[in-house]
Design a protein around this ligand. Sequence first.
Ligand SMILES: [Mn+2]
Length: 335
Amino acid sequence: MSIFDTGNPINRYTKVVPVFLTINNAYAPYAAAAIHSLTQHTDPKRYYRVIILHDGLSFINRIRLRSLVTRNVALQFKKMTRSLYLKAIVAYCTRRQKGAGDFFSSAVYYYRAFIPLLFPIYKKAVYIDSDVILRGDIGELFDTELGDKVLAAMVDPKVTVIPEFRDYVDKAVGVPHKEYVNSGVQVMDLKKMRKMKYLSIMIDLIRKFDADLVAPDQDYLNVILRGKILPLDGKWNAEPVEDLPRNVKLVHFNLFNKPWRYKNVPCEELFWDAAKGTGFTGDLRRQQEAFDAKKQKEDHVKVEALIKKAGRLAKCKEPLLKMEEAGVSKASKKS
Ligand SMILES: [Mn+2]
């Protein structure tokens, strides 16, 4: 029993819905809003365990996140240790950070690839980005029947509407854009991912091609699991829009128009309602105030640079990642 004990009855023998987030101190306030919204939309008959993979959270951030625990939602922190695999990824990200407009160069995005190996006690789990807000029971998402597929995720709407992204995905990633999924919300069959050696395939691809990509870990996921992904219903990874359809269960503030940066953006009230009571509201308001015209301009330049980079990479003659050349074809065929 710790000073944080809230009478939460979940122990390691309880059947839970495992939900993973991967964060650093910068993401903690958004993650708190996401987790808070999760706790407000649970099935009272079920138990949930939110597992936070991080690279060293401050004491105060851990206390604030810990305070989100409820009767049926437990919280667990797991600090990532510097394994050889993680070292390879951090080195890769550091090299790639030089690329202009690179949004996804942080190693934090790759932590989700470690979930199958780090948590052998689970057969299946849900992963969510920190920039999401729940409006429905995440247990329903967890219940998604995967059949013979390895993972469920939603076909990325941004890729379909931005021509540079569409061409980039088709040509540089080598996955048809109609199949290319967003990695922000995933239902993972951890058992199948362990069996197919998902993480070591990713490391092999990184080592072999050292590719400069637009959405690295998401691109790897799409290449490695091509043909093994179940398309997820859009209500589980919806864009923030005015007049959000009633059936939407999860809103994803993906890429642009983050409510903690901009005022008067779609679904901002959903975010601020969820942030209320997390202990981070003051931080978030100050962040928004500090995000002045200059920073907004920089943000737009970054987005434009990312789209330009996609357009440039789309001119490649052949895909940047080739599974059959990475010495991984054997491992993946075996699965
Ligand atoms: Mn996201």
